[in-house]
Design a binder for this molecule. Structure first.
Ligand code: CP
Length: 301
């Protein structure tokens, strides 16, 4: 088996295999209904989650399996001071695969070095969120295609783990990536370096208007208020990174707008009613994509 820790480990072929399997599942979910009867997925969520946790639970159940869930940090023995290493060593004895979300960057990588069952990183601090990327890529492939793609990625590029994972994965395809953010939330140097090494076609901007007319896809992320040391600094920039109908006057008719969610106010609700809005479809794609991943990772278990 393999672990899934970040998107740097995925080749174009790996990505296409998952997306193709997800498309098969989407076309005929019932055909996959009892493939993993009796299999148990261990959920270790040290940070809040709605979509990732519930879609992993839905996915394993739709494959005939079930979950064992640590529950919240508050209700588990983490509260008594048990280490991540000890907890995962115990839960791997209960489950056929593990899903980990943790506030520390590098947590999934650390755990992957000693667990014997497949481990899926469901978000490690400001690091990576590779299963989110696979559902993002599935959504992009369905709506705009993955080659000859011009994508804008906007918002908190510094701490946004969905952004870091997506940007790396897109280097496997013929893609122009435009990063739009306030100066204080630009891509971290390490991510920029990796993108450069991968030969990515990358530009950075502070104004969405400069690039919006060229985009096939706009991937919006939340400007994370809690990251700003000064509330005034947040207020000064936040409004410039909000998408509403007025902003979209400069966009192509076939622009696809995505967001990993949750959103706060960076996409006005009026945009939901337009043909641009694909973020709820994107969240729903978490099911076939996570079913495909689990199906492939549990195949050999
Ligand atoms: N997109 C995402 O990871 O959402 P949750 O934090 O709700 O899982």
């Amino acid at each position: 088996h393999d672990h899934l820790i970040d998107t740097k480990q995925l080749s174009r072929q790996d990505i296409e295999d998952v997306l193709d399997r997800a498309a098969e599942i989407d076309a005929d979910p019932a055909a996959f209904g009892d493939r993993h009867a009796g299999k148990l997925l261990g959920l270790l969520f040290y940070e809040p989650s709605t979509r990732t946790k519930m879609s992993f639970e839905t996915s394993i159940k739709r494959l005939g399996g079930d979950i064992v869930d640590m529950g919240s940090v508050e209700s588990s023995s983490v509260k008594k001071g048990e280490s991540l290493a000890d907890t995962t060593r115990v839960i791997e004895g209960y489950a056929d695969a593990l899903v980990l979300r943790h506030p520390s960057q590098g947590a999934a990588k650390m755990v992957s070095e000693f667990v014997d069952v497949p481990l899926l990183n469901a978000g490690d601090g400001a690091g990576h969120h590779p299963t989110q990327t696979l559902l993002d890529l599935y959504t992009i492939r369905e709506n705009a295609g993955l080659d000859d793609l011009t994508i804008g990625i906007m918002g908190d590029l510094k701490y946004g783990r969905t952004v870091h994972s997506l940007a790396h994965a897109l280097t496997n395809f013929d893609t122009r990536q435009h990063f739009i953010s306030p100066g204080s939330l630009k891509l971290p140097r390490s991510v920029r370096y990796d993108l450069h090494e991968a030969g990515a076609n990358v530009r950075e901007h502070t104004d969405i208007e400069d690039v919006l007319p060229n985009l096939d896809v706009l991937y919006v992320t939340r400007i994370q208020r809690e990251r700003f040391p000064d509330e005034n600094e947040y207020r000064a920039v936040a409004g410039d990174y909000r998408i509403d109908l007025e902003t979209l006057e400069g966009a192509r008719d076939d622009l696809t707008i995505m967001h990993p969610l949750p959103r706060v106010d960076e996409i006005a609700p009026e945009v939901d009613e337009t043909d641009h809005a694909k973020y709820f479809e994107q969240a729903h794609n978490g099911i076939p994509v996570r079913m495909a991943l689990l199906d492939s990772m549990l195949e050999d278990q």
